[in-house]
Structures are given as C-alpha cells and as structure tokens.
Design a protein around this ligand. Structure first.
Ligand SMILES: [Fe+2]
Length: 273
C-alpha cells in the first residue's frame, strides 16, 4: 500500500493545482479551502503534528457497499441498493498516536486501522470516478470534456487499485477473540482447483461486473455506476463524504461553501441541450 498511497496523494494535489491554474488561465477566480484548514493532525511519529487539516480521519463510518455493488449486476441509477460487505463504524483510518506494531499482542489495533484506511480509500475514489462521469455530459467545451474525462479516468485508476487492495484486508480479532473485521467472502476460484476466474466474489476484483446500463432491456455492460446526478453528482458525492465523518469538526461555513459549489456544478447544463 505505501507506494500507492504516495502516488494517489501526488495525483490529487496535481488535480487540485491544475484545476485552480486552469481557472486562472481562463480568467476566473481560483478556489481556496485554506480558511477551513482547522482540524488537528495525528500525533504519531512521522506526522506533521502541528499542521492543521481539512479532514478528520479519526471517526470514519465507511460505506463499503461499493464492494458488493461492483460485484453485482445491479445499478444504483435503476434504484438498486447494495449491502455493506463489512461494518466499519466510527473508526480511525490513521493512528492518532504511536501504536504497537502488528506483531505485538495489541497489534490488532493498527491492523484494524489499516483495514479501515484500505476501504476508505476505495470509498472515496469510487465516489470520485462516479462524480466525474456524472458531470461529463454537462461539458460543452472540448477542452473541458478533455479535462473531466482525463482526471476522471485517473480516479478510475485510483479506485481499481484500492478495490484490489481492500480485498486483501485480513480478518482482525481482539485479544478476547471478538471479530473486529471478518474474513471477506472467498470465491471458489480462489481455491487451487477453482475454475471461474471471473467469479463476482473474487477478492481480487478490479474490473466492474457487467450490470444494467441506460435501459434494463439492453444487455448488461461493464461500466462505472452510478453516473446520475441524483446518485453521483457533486451534492450526492459530498453528502456521502460528510456522512462518513470525514469533515467532522468543520465549521458550518465550510459545509455551506462546499454545498454551494456542489450545487452550482450539478446545475451546469451542456450548451445546445
Ligand atoms: Fe483519486
């Protein structure tokens, strides 16, 4: 995971920097969230302890339903719903202070954090790729289409790797034998004599299982889902992020600012439509 964490982090900074530079390039005002950088940093070794953060990674409730959604023939845009593969409620995704190594008797604590982080990454990225796909049909200018498709495409790459990594999350038990994180379901093809390399419950899933798309009477298609504004637009995406606790502790002004931006994005209309 470490190299992917660094690459993903690098990519997101380039997206933010590019989009703001492009706004300025086109004579518009850039967007800054710096006034909202107020949340405390982790105090673990290696963290920039005095830095202030935009996000709160200490009390996440991670929506893990993408795991079942991308292994299903259903599509949220058709009203289909998907169960959680694992319940991750009010958990940290980073250590707040130094914790025992995984080899220590109390090592389950840091393993649970790693598992939570692994699922949280994928949850964020699947939201991101659905978001870009939902906004793509709104763009009129070929250069804007290129930007939305280009950055959205890299979000797909992010989700792919985290989806694969999340499948490797090991079961976690505390020292009394209580299951904190279950063994993920194993597909028959993950046994040595398995025969179906595309079993939907394969933990090594990267590609999307073909699902309903555009019209239920059409053949199933391997696609990103959801892509509707109602399910995947900017307001829907930010609502999901907020409900996960990612911005717990942020000011009312922060939520007002982001929701106003998100609403504006969702209301954009393609010229000629
Ligand atoms: Fe991303």
């Amino acid at each position: 995971m470490p190299s992917y964490v660094h690459q993903n982090n690098r990519d997101e900074f380039t997206h933010q920097n590019f989009l703001n530079a492009y706004l300025v390039f086109k004579g518009h005002k850039p967007v800054s969230l710096e006034p909202f950088r107020i949340l405390p940093s982790s105090q673990a070794t290696g963290a920039n302890k005095t830095a202030k953060r935009l996000t709160n990674l200490m009390n996440l409730t991670v929506d893990t339903s993408w795991y079942t959604r991308y292994r299903s023939t259903g599509n949220p845009d058709f009203g289909d719903t998907f169960s959680q593969i694992v319940n991750l409620v009010d958990l940290p995704a980073i250590p707040y202070s130094d914790l025992p190594l995984p080899t220590d008797p109390d090592g389950f604590k840091v393993q649970l954090i790693a598992n939570t982080a692994g699922f949280h990454f994928a949850t964020i990225e699947q939201g991101g790729l659905s978001l870009y796909d939902s906004l793509l049909p709104k763009a009129s200018n070929p250069e804007v289409i290129k930007i939305v498709a280009g950055i959205g495409g890299s979000e797909i790459q992010h989700f792919e790797v985290w989806q694969d990594k999340a499948g490797n999350a090991p079961p976690v038990m505390d020292n009394s034998g209580n299951v904190l994180f279950p063994q993920l379901p194993m597909a028959p093809d993950q046994t040595p004599n398995g025969t179906d390399p595309a079993d939907p419950m394969d933990t090594n899933q990267i590609m999307p299982r073909p699902c309903k798309f555009i019209d239920a009477d059409l053949p199933h298609c391997a696609v990103v889902r959801p892509t509707s504004i109602a399910q995947a637009g900017a307001v829907a995406t930010f609502t999901g992020f907020a409900q996960s606790g990612l911005f717990a502790g942020q000011s009312e002004g922060f939520f007002d600012f982001i929701f106003a931006l998100a609403k504006e994005a969702d209301e954009a209309r393609r010229e000629f439509d």
